[in-house]
Design a protein around this ligand. Structure first.
Ligand code: NAD
Ligand code: UDX
Length: 481
């Protein structure tokens, strides 16, 4: 079966870039990305490519080439479903914030709505591709809904999880380590798998395209994220020990990372991982383990999240204790709000939680991020406080402790301390001499990403505190043994 028309439900961080690359590489396939969010679609269609709703290096160029040729963004969901041979579901699957499984399970209501809508609209056979990250065995649920609600149309459900990371999405899509396609072991299942393999084969080699059964594919996605996050929590756990023992966490990471069995990636100690995926997917994995009555396995994976929360809290606490045990009324400048560099995404960013702790202690948080707006930053904090049950009035009053700037210089003027929350490259190039002159003394820098040159900054006069950097000259130690 040759695919001629693809529709993708969900024009977010995954649907947008993924479909743009498919359209770029498969000019004979018409790709329509649809979303219920009208302003998001309008932004995808904006003439000015700086206004695309997702910031990703290289994305604007891809959209410029394919948009209007064979790539379309639309809110006409029904007609796009009807015309497609293959439908990707790339809608959000956040952690449930209500009812059964609250705070742990994935909320599948958006996915379920997609399945019901497809079943209602479809008039000919279609391949449905799970692109969203889903709990293992969701394909069974989708198949049930499609078969029982549909018009007698035949649906084949495939799992094709997405492994792109934000900030490097276009590169990850163009040069994927692998794509994974799970399908049924039946004849029609194998045909559907082949149809999707043929799409990716436009630019990836057969070696890069793995095919498995549906459940392995679904579970591999949760597992991949759990393993990646586990490495970060492991090195972050060690960063606390480094600070207590004067070992240097970057040196430890290099030392262990050169062992080819361990490898160097995902060993960068930080203020804690963020992003829309790691926490949500691990919580979902933990929930599934408990559901299948595997408490020991659940507790094992849950520790990754516990450690990550500890790391964010530890960073905030270090700021407070270093500033003489109170930040009340003090100006703390945050460099960065996004959960990592080269993205405008702030979901679950460590900055949100560090800000919360500091605001609780009375701090004024002054933020500069090159890609994140004031509106977004305030919405992030309001959402967190709403979840905590704060009244509207209390939220309004707390928001008065947050100030957002378009220039780092203004954000840093007369600050008591600087906290680096995101590893944006531009922070390394600032004139730290003049920043020092304009700050209150002692001038503190808390480098939550270990990107600044601590020696140089110390020479300027800053009190520098990195993650997992234990060496404090004035600390006199007794031998441990
Ligand atoms: P997102 O929130 O950026 O985008 C999802 C979009 O789906 C939203 O624009 C929403 O309006 C739209 N939507 C919801 N219901 C819809 C419906 N019925 N019809 C049409 N559109 C609908 O989310 P995202 O970051 O793109 O993630 C999507 C999925 O991909 C999630 O399951 C996520 O876990 C997974 N994933 C994300 C990443 C990542 O880096 N963001 C990476 C791999 C996998
Ligand atoms: C992750 C997975 O990497 C990707 O494969 C999956 O498809 C989606 O989830 P993403 O969350 O976009 O991607 O970015 P990633 O690069 O994994 O970073 C996640 C968080 O971990 C960020 O906050 C980042 O700063 C942090 N991180 C990453 C570290 O603290 N140390 C590291 O060594 C790597």
């Amino acid at each position: 079966m040759k695919i001629k028309n693809i529709c993708c439900l969900g024009a977010g961080y995954v649907g947008g870039p993924t479909m743009s690359v498919i359209a770029l590489k498969c000019p004979e396939i018409k790709v329509t990305v649809v979303d219920l969010n009208e302003s998001r679609i309008a932004a995808w269609n904006d003439e000015d490519l700086d206004k695309l709703p997702v910031y990703e290096p290289g994305l604007a160029e891809v959209v410029e080439e394919a948009r209007g040729r064979n790539l379309f963004f639309s809110t006409e969901v029904d007609s796009a479903i009807e015309a497609a041979d293959m439908i990707f579901i790339a809608v959000n699957t956040p952690t449930k914030n209500y009812g059964e499984g609250k705070g742990m399970a994935a909320d599948l209501k958006f996915v379920e709505l997609c399945a019901r809508q497809i079943a209602r609209i479809a008039k000919n056979d279609k391949i449905i591709v799970e692109k969203s990250t889903l709990p293992v065995r969701t394909a069974e649920t989708l198949q049930t809904i499609l078969d029982h609600t549909g018009n007698g149309v035949k649906f084949e459900v495939l799992s094709n999880p997405e492994f792109l990371a934000e900030g490097t999405a276009i590169n990850d899509l163009l040069y994927a380590d692998r794509v994974l396609i799970g399908g049924k072991q039946t004849e029609s299942g194998q045909k559907a798998i082949q149809a999707l393999v043929d799409v990716y084969a436009h630019w990836l080699s057969p070696k890069q395209i793995l095919t498995t059964n549906v459940w392995s594919s679904e579970l591999s996605k949760l597992t991949a994220n759990a393993f990646l996050a586990q490495r970060i929590s492991s090195i972050n756990a060690l960063s606390a020990l480094c600070e207590a023992t004067e070992a240097d966490v970057d040196e430890v990471a290099t030392a262990i990372g050169t062992d080819s069995r361990i490898g160097p990636k995902f060993l960068k100690a930080s203020v804690g991982f963020g992003g829309s995926c790691f926490q949500k997917d691990i919580l979902n994995l933990v929930y599934l383990c408990r559901y299948f009555n595997l408490p020991e396995v659940a507790n094992y994976w849950e520790q990754i999240i516990i450690l990550n929360d500890y790391q964010k809290y530890r960073f905030a606490k270090k700021i407070i204790s270093s500033l003489f045990n109170t930040v009340s009324g003090k100006k703390i400048t945050f460099l960065g709000w996004a959960f990592k560099k080269d993205t405008n995404d702030t979901r679950e960013s460590a900055a949100i939680y560090v800000a919360e702790h500091l605001i609780e202690d009375g701090a004024e948080i002054h933020v500069y991020d090159p890609k994140v707006s004031e509106e977004k930053i305030k919405a992030d904090m309001s959402y967190l406080w709403e979840l905590k049950g704060f009244t509207e009035q209390k939220i309004e009053s707390k928001l008065k402790q947050i100030f957002v700037y378009n220039s780092a210089e203004d954000a840093l003027h007369q600050a008591h301390a600087v906290a680096v929350l995101t590893e944006w490259d531009e922070f390394k190039t600032y004139n730290w001499n003049s920043i020092f002159i304009n700050m209150y003394k002692p001038a503190f820098i808390f480098d939550g990403r270990n990107i600044l040159d601590a020696e140089e900054l110390t020479a300027i006069g800053f009190q520098v505190k990195g993650i997992g950097k234990g060496y404090i000259p004035q600390l006199k130690r007794e031998p441990v043994f």
